[in-house]
Write a protein of this length. Structure first.
Length: 78
């Protein structure tokens, strides 16, 4: 989603904040979807202040590749 050497302090801070919250999150699927929405907003792929209707599909459209496997997906739905 970004160039290899591109620095983005806002994205880095978001990543660190989400890592800190990861252990306390009860709903991993919702946690992941919120993270994806925040990332695409910060990077300018989606307008701030609006929800991404289907963050998983939108991320796959941007990257032009599948983002999760069946095995990982089943664990996240628990």
């Amino acid at each position: 989603l970004t160039d290899e050497l591109e620095e983005n302090q806002e994205l880095y801070s978001l990543f660190v904040d989400y890592l800190k919250q990861l252990g306390a999150s009860g709903n991993l699927k919702e946690f992941r979807l919120n993270y994806v929405q925040d990332v695409v907003r910060i990077l300018g792929y989606w307008p701030k202040g609006t929800n991404v209707p289907d963050p998983d599909n939108y991320l796959e459209e941007i990257t032009e590749r599948r983002m999760s496997s069946v095995r990982v997906g089943k664990k996240l739905q628990m």
